[in-house]
Every structure is written in C-alpha cells, then in structure tokens.
Design a protein around this ligand. Structure first.
Ligand SMILES: [Zn+2]
Length: 276
C-alpha cells in the first residue's frame, strides 16, 4: 500500500532539536503535514486533470487530423495554451499573406477602382475571420498598407511556426478573356499541391464557369516557407466579369469561406476529387 512515511519524515525538520523540546515541536508537525498532504493531493489532482485533458486533445486531433506532423504540432499548441478543441481548426496556426502593400500596388484596374494590394488585405481579413470561426489561430504577414519583402513574409510565417501558408493575390493577363480564380503550389511540395488542389476545388464551387486547375508555380514567397503553402489569385483585373465579381462583397466572402473550407479539408487529411 502507498505510504506517506516519506511525508512524515519531510514533515519533521531535522534541524529542529527534538530533545527537550518535544512537547513544543510536536503540535506543529501535523499542521505542516496537513498542508503538505493538501499540496500533494492538489498536485496529483491537477496532474490527472491535465493528463486527461491532454489525452482528450490528442484523441480528438488524432481522429480529426489523422496524426502526422501537423497533428503533433496541433497537440503541442493546444496543450501549451490549455485550449479546448472547439472547432475543426482548433490548434491550427494559419499564416495568411496579403500580397504587395505600400508603394507596391500590384495589379490594378484604376477605372473600376480595383487595386490589388487593397483587395489582398481585405481578403486576408475576411479569411482571418472565416478561419477563426473554425477555431484556427491566424497570423497575417501584414495588417496595413506597408511594404513587406517576399523573403520577410516567408520568414515571419516560419518564425511563427505556422502549419499552413496561404498567399492572396489578384491576377492580370494581356488577353482580357482570361478569367477565374487560380491556385499555385511549389512543384516539389506534395503537401502544398494537396492544399492547392483542395483550394482550387472549393473555388470552382464558388463560380462554376471557372474551369481553371491548380498549377505548379515557382513563387519566391512559397519557396521561402517551411510549411505546406499555396498562392491564390482570386481573379483577373484584366477581365470584366472577374472585375465585377471582385467588386462584390458576396463574392469576396464566398472566396474566403471556400479557402477556409479547403484548409479544414486539408487538415483532415483529405485530397481533392479531381487531381489537376
Ligand atoms: Zn500579386
């Protein structure tokens, strides 16, 4: 049987002279022992609670994410924060990168008031809201109209230890016929490809005439990131229909929701139905 004998020994201060003082020292010992026992019991109770909370988090993440490197990172993040699993992206840290900023405006169509850096930031804030609604933690590489270099964007995402990286952009092309949102991934990244294909599949649901497939793209900001990464061009400023869509609040909201859905599916370990 478990013995508290060590506790009794601890309860006795060896420096305390016992001879001749026994009658005064004795009454102090039980009070000190009671305190020590209470501390031990509290520690055992808290450890057990933390252990079972940890077990629950690990079980939920293992079931929902299928384990793996991302699953382990999520478990660590949830345990570190003592956070509950209250959404499909709980414990997942997503880095959202609004392209361009400051003097770098990106692709623009000034007659319709479309400026890429502004669309990208607006989309990033919408995506942030959508991801947080699913329990994710979100890191934005910029939150205002400032210039951040491509290497710095990647470095910030790596420093945060993000699980997923999504860069948001607007496209342009000499031919005004080109339309449709399109997603890119690093050619050598299998997980980046899985992420990009899921995003593209969800984007096509938003605007069914969009026939575009996810494509490999050797983008510098993707090359610098240490996690699965994708770059989304939400439409062409050089196409009239895309310009109309990008001016609509509903379209922007739907695109943000589509990317968030794709990230949930990615974290669950899903793959797109129709590989590009
Ligand atoms: Zn761009």
């Amino acid at each position: 049987m478990f013995s508290f004998g060590w506790l009794a020994r601890w309860g006795h201060d060896p420096r305390e002279p016992t001879r001749g003082r026994r009658h005064t020292a004795m009454p102090r010992r039980p009070a000190r022992m009671r305190l020590a026992a209470a501390v031990v019991l509290a520690c055992v109770g808290l450890s057990a609670a933390a252990f079972f909370a940890g077990l629950r988090i690990a079980a939920v993440v293992a079931v929902s994410a299928g384990g793996g490197e991302l699953g382990i990172a999520r478990i660590g993040r949830l345990l570190a924060q003592g956070a509950a699993v209250d959404g499909p992206l709980s414990g997942v840290l997503v880095a959202v990168d609004p392209g361009h900023g400051g003097p770098d405006r990106g692709a623009c169509h000034l007659p319709s008031g479309l400026v890429e850096k502004e669309i990208n930031l607006d989309m990033a804030l919408r995506l942030e809201r959508a991801l947080k609604a699913s329990g994710a933690q979100v890191f934005l590489t910029r939150r205002d109209d400032t210039f951040v270099s491509l290497d710095e964007r990647a470095r910030r995402a790596n420093e945060q230890g993000a699980d997923v990286f999504v860069s948001l952009h607007v496209n342009r092309f000499p031919s005004p016929e080109c339309f449709g949102a399109q997603t890119f991934y690093l050619p050598e990244s299998l997980e980046g490809r899985r992420l990009a294909l899921l995003i593209q599949e969800e984007l096509r649901q938003v605007y069914p005439p969009n026939y575009r497939q996810a494509l490999p793209g050797n983008y510098r900001v993707l090359r610098g990131t240490a996690m699965p990464a994708a770059l989304v061009e939400i439409g062409f400023v050089t196409n009239a229909t895309d310009r109309d869509l990008m001016q609509q609040d509903d379209y922007r909201e739907a695109v943000a929701a589509a990317i968030a859905r794709a990230i949930i599916r990615f974290v669950r370990g899903e793959s797109a139905d129709q590989p590009a």
